[in-house]
Design a protein around this ligand. Sequence first.
Ligand SMILES: [Zn+2]
Length: 314
Amino acid sequence: MTRPAIGIDLGGSHATIAIVKGDQVLASHRISLDSAQALRPALDLFSAAIRKLLEEVQMKASECEGVALGFCGLADARIGRVVSTNKKYEDAPSIDFNAWCKEEFGLRFGIENDARMALLGERHVGAGRGCDNLVMITLGTGIGGAAMIEGKLLRGRHAQAGCLGGHLPAKVGGRPCTCGAIGCLEAEASGWALPLMAREWRGFAASKLAKHENINFQILFELADAGDQVAGEIREYCLKVWAAGAVGLIHAYDPEKIVIGGGVMRSANAILPYIQAYVNEHAWTPWGKVEVVAAQLGNDAGLFGAIPLLIGNV
Ligand SMILES: [Zn+2]
């Protein structure tokens, strides 16, 4: 049995800190944060939370493998630093996390992009168990991606290989994206793009969507199920964008399995069969069919990624 690890999953509005062991979360704590603010002051909150959690499970820091942080931007595991923030916690690239971790706990530190951490977690104890060739897609406010080839995370020279799956082109001449490109999957069918797309859709004013100030995928799927025509058309478009993205990722990374996670997967019953059928029909995989499966670990996936990141030689 491997030793426990301390995981920190850092999102745009909160951080979850947990002690994980095997397939168990031994203890966890959630902190509200604002990604428009600096991250450095939050390190003291992380330290305090880790001490409290260790106390809760009656463990010394030295009994743990280390601390691993899943970051909502580009991070380079080899140097333990954030590389690019995409406007969240903009001071993060200047932080020496290794030094912080050593000083506070005398432990090793690991960092990765949050989608890569989710892939590692799902492969460790979730939907990707036993699979060495894996693509992860997270459908939420943005679209995250990660790829593992022959048991190794794809990282690349600048730590960005495989994790910009949401920024593959979906539509030439489409909507401008936050990344600087145009018509990315994320710009065409993500949580942030959905309200923009809906308001431009033909017939929007007559749709029940127009009654909602904050249009999200839950509302979209509910109205589509209830027969709202515009909601149905937009849902169909988003499904097509995600499915085409899945085919693009298959052609790029040669996976055996695609794990799809993120908040939008509350509607997995509608999403998975659609993407699987599209992949079966359109992906060029003469060896067989790529399996499209739902993530199993929800928000805990990135926390479970801490163990393989620290000890897994991935
Ligand atoms: Zn983009």
